[in-house]
Design a protein around this ligand. Structure first.
Ligand code: HEM
Length: 389
């Protein structure tokens, strides 16, 4: 087997004896090769639950008609290109650039609120205060959708990530399935409303392109999570590493545009919020020197993480010439490359910069917070700070 691949990496720190059911591909050139051969390596498994869901959880989902037909991220048919074009129309470089003042306004407001909370109570969790909401507001505004129910949306997003990319036991699956069902019912109402609303919005444009209601809900389910929670998590890790003092950029330097941008890029390269992504071999095919059997599930390493390798090993790999995991791969590559890459980097840099400007004299209160550690998502759950004096 090619040394850049291994099928025996530990599944996760918490999974005891479990072995990884994926062929893990680490070498950046091989990862790129897989991503650029969608006919050989299909994205059809992108949204398949990592843990097989048990009957009770499945019944909760079935009762509300929950379904995720392939539309965008998991679509390996010819319809992908046309749908992607419609969605991309909402995230053009010009649209994203024009959004910058609004992003800064939201980031400043959040940073001010965080400073007020710090004054009032002596501590503040920056995940909730600055990282959580600006990406959600920006995404909904860009998509032409109403900005409402944000705390629910944040909770549903995290729960669905755990349901589909985590290792929940049966009891937890049931809780998470109820949350996913609530999200789906909310989404179906939103889709119906949006399709009939005046003006331009994502669901109306896609309905015009011929998508059915289940397809619109499937796309909404993915995008309303992928389009904001991943950015929240990138901001959370960036804030944590800055305040922990383990980063090449200091908290003081992060208050400039260049400093915060460099730090966001560093986190993307070393421990992005989406450190891995999946593909499945559509048929028997060659990869490097190896022959990959049809149906092989593949886990592509896009950035450092604690799922497929311990962090120090990743650092060593990343340091080898030609092995750097820069933002070149962290947003995927090829026909499914992330449509929100520019937006996510911009948002993260602005939110981090405004937080560093508004909170110059803070100390990290908890150096060992609980982390979200799912197959394809990672971030500290809290970044709690207190005043320096
Ligand atoms: C730090 C934040 C983000 C990261 C790390 C990230 C990462 C990724 C990755 C790894 C993929 C899979 C690419 C592939 O299969 O080749 C992806 C797909 C996608 N992302 Fe992101 N993403 C982020 C934020 C966003 C945002 C903010 C949006 C939109 C507002 C977005 C929209 C999408 C879409 C629509 C796809 C599917 C594209 C397709 O299948 O054609 N993402 N993202």
């Amino acid at each position: 087997m090619n040394p850049a691949m291994t099928a025996a990496a530990p599944l996760a720190e918490t999974s005891g004896q479990a072995r990884c059911p994926y062929l893990v591909v680490r070498d950046p050139d091989t990862v790129r090769d897989v991503l650029h051969r969608p006919a050989d390596f299909s994205p059809a498994n992108a949204l398949v639950a990592v843990t097989t869901l048990a009957g009770p959880a499945l019944r909760v989902l079935q009762r509300v008609g929950f379904a995720l037909p392939p539309v965008l991220a998991s679509n390996d048919t010819d319809s992908h290109a046309g749908i992607r074009k419609v969605v991309a129309g909402f995230f053009t470089p010009a649209t994203v650039a024009a959004m910058e003042p609004r992003i800064r306004e939201l980031a400043q407001e959040a940073a001010r609120n965080a400073a007020d909370r710090l004054d009032a109570s002596g501590q503040v969790d920056l995940v909730q205060a600055v990282a959580a909401f600006p990406p959600a507001v920006v995404m909904l505004e860009l998509l032409g959708l109403p900005v409402r129910d944000l705390p629910d949306l944040k909770r549903w997003g995290l729960d669905s990530m755990e349901l589909f990319w985590g290792w929940p036991d049966e009891d937890r699956q049931l809780e998470l399935a109820h949350s996913a069902a609530d999200f789906y019912v909310w989404l179906r109402k939103l889709v119906a409303e949006a399709v009939a609303a005046p003006g331009r919005n994502l669901f109306k444009s896609l309905a015009g392109h011929g998508l059915s209601t289940p397809e619109l809900c499937s796309l909404g389910y993915f995008l309303l999570i992928a389009g904001q929670e991943t950015t929240t998590q990138l901001i959370s890790t960036t804030l944590f590493r800055l305040l922990e003092g383990s980063a090449p950029v200091t908290w003081t330097d992060a208050d400039t545009e260049g400093g915060s941008r460099a730090m966001v890029r560093h986190v993307l390269a070393t421990e992005s919020s989406v450190p891995t992504w999946r593909r499945v071999a559509a048929h028997e095919t060659k990869l490097g020197d190896g022959l990959i059997p049809a149906g092989t599930e593949i886990l592509l390493e896009l950035s450092g993480n604690r799922i497929t390798a311990p962090a120090p090993a990743m650092a060593a790999q990343a340091a080898r010439p030609g092995q750097t995991r820069g933002p070149g791969l962290v947003f995927g590559s090829g026909i499914h490359r992330c449509l929100g890459a520019k937006l996510a980097e911009l948002e993260a840099a602005i939110v981090v910069q405004e937080a560093a400007l508004a909170l110059p004299e803070v100390l990290l209160q908890n150096y060992r917070p609980d982390w979200i550690r799912l197959l394809s998502f990672q971030a500290p759950r809290t970044v709690t700070v207190e005043s320096r004096e």
